[in-house]
Ligand binder design. Structure first.
Ligand code: GLY
Length: 437
């Protein structure tokens, strides 16, 4: 019986989903969304068979601008891990990138905390740091962990003190721009903390569920009876007004409001392979915006945010960190390739494990997204994602340099776009258009 790659994907996904669907009496299941996507066949160079190009670098879209320089370094004999670190250092150093390094959006207390890990294929060494404050290039610190210690992972204050001890400068990572986005976020939640408005504020209003002042006098309920569209318009208008008061430039306000309402988890991963077949990878991030202090996502976890095996290949992730940790995404992918799957198949299988985490329940999976960057030792590569892109924004892409620098769209498991989290009541389209990008 002949069995195409498409059949393979359909059969294994449906088998996985069926196991979950059987125990759930109701709800939309993932099978309805699968393979309606015409892009579900392999893209990138995994669609070809035969020989692939080396040297090659693959990374997340935010590494694109740094690929030319890193590729020249790779061609001139640069170590593969140093090449990957050179790519990710670009966004770490850039104060305008709000999801990595300097200028990252801070935690809920207004402190930037960074995570990173790396693996050096040729010497089979690994290093990782989590929840590091005041040090910009945590990807380089993760390498220093295996260079200077017998450990693999350092976290928090210990990691910061180690970084300073080996020569990294302490610096303030909170830029004015990220501080203002954080203040806007505080403002948005200010009815549920001590930041005000307080009782003395002339604009204070009693909450709608406050107890009556006296049995015959109901509390002020300014929002009662207003249609949803009106409430949303007011909410966005207030956010825009606050953004203006905080000094956020008019052209940056829509983006800031979007980050406040739907905290992002941007990250960068990079894997590099040289002509000799040596391979390395690294991942670095400021993690989930406004996270709890101490929260680590997948990026500093060897086997989740990044995994490299010199015998097989390298993989990394950007997206929902908590979901990726649960499926040990990068390790799963490399192991899948070791057992014969192509980069595309290996990545799709890891995505299906995320689908299985929620028994294929689309009411949850629509808020989850994941992108895997996969590079096999022979130069075959793939970029795969759970969805085709984030809601109403750009499609997911992978950046590649193998002599030609380019962006390629990922192959998505589900047709359509993931939705912003946390879910909000449906925002009327005209309000969304007016206030959000
Ligand atoms: N994937 C990055 C994070 O969740 O922190």
């Amino acid at each position: 019986m002949s069995f195409s790659r498409r059949d393979f994907v359909r059969t294994s996904v449906l088998g996985t989903i069926a196991a979950g669907a059987g125990v759930r009496a109701q709800g939309e299941v993932a099978a309805n969304h699968l393979l309606e996507n015409p892009a579900a066949a392999a893209q990138n160079n995994d669609a070809q068979s035969g020989s692939y190009k080396r040297p090659i670098i693959i990374c997340a879209h935010n590494g694109f601008d740094y690929l030319d320089d890193a590729f020249a370094f790779l061609k001139s004999g640069g170590d593969t891990l140093d090449v990957a670190l050179r790519v990710v250092k670009g966004p770490e150093d850039d104060p305008n990138v709000t999801t990595v390094g300097l200028g990252g959006i801070p935690n809920e207390e207004g402190v930037v905390e960074l995570d990173a890990c790396c693996m050096h294929g040729p010497t089979r060494r690994a290093g990782a740091v989590g929840a590091v404050r005041n040090i910009k290039n945590v990807s380089l610190v993760s390498k220093a962990v295996f260079e200077h210690t017998g450990h693999v992972m350092l976290v928090g204050e210990g990691a910061e003190r180690f970084a300073v001890a080996v020569g990294f400068p302490r610096e303030n990572l909170l830029t004015d721009h990220s501080r203002k986005i954080w203040l806007l976020w505080k403002e948005y939640h200010s009815n549920s903390d001590w930041w005000g408005p307080g009782l003395a504020d002339p604009h204070w209003q009693a909450p709608t569920d406050a107890a009556p002042v006296s049995p015959d006098k109901a509390p002020q309920q300014p929002e009662r009876g207003k249609p949803q569209s009106e409430l949303w318009r007011e909410r966005y208008r207030r956010l825009e007004e606050h953004a203006g008061k905080l000094g956020i430039a008019p052209e940056d306000r829509a983006d800031a409001i979007h980050k406040v309402l739907f905290p992002p988890t941007g990250t960068i991963h990079c894997s590099a392979l040289n002509e000799k077949g040596e391979i390395s990878g690294c991942t670095t991030t400021s993690g989930l915006a406004f996270k709890l202090p101490g929260r680590c996502g997948d990026s500093p976890i060897i086997g989740a945010g990044c995994y490299t095996d010199q015998d097989v290949g390298s993989a990394g992730a950007t997206g929902s960190g908590e979901e990726n940790i649960k499926v040990a995404g990068a390790h799963t992918i490399v192991e899948n390739m070791r057992h014969g799957m192509s980069p595309h198949e290996a990545g799709m299988d890891a995505l299906k494990r995320i689908v299985r985490t929620y028994n294929g329940d689309m009411s949850r999976l629509r808020f989850v997204d994941m992108i895997y960057y996969i590079l096999r030792k022979d130069g075959a590569y793939a970029g795969v994602s759970l969805w085709e892109g984030y809601q109403a924004r750009r499609p997911h892409t992978i950046a590649v340099h193998d002599g030609t620098r380019r962006s390629e769209v990922t192959t998505a498991l589900f047709k359509g776009y993931s939705q912003d989290f946390p879910p909000e009541p449906k925002v009327p389209e005209e309000v969304r258009k007016q206030y959000l990008k």
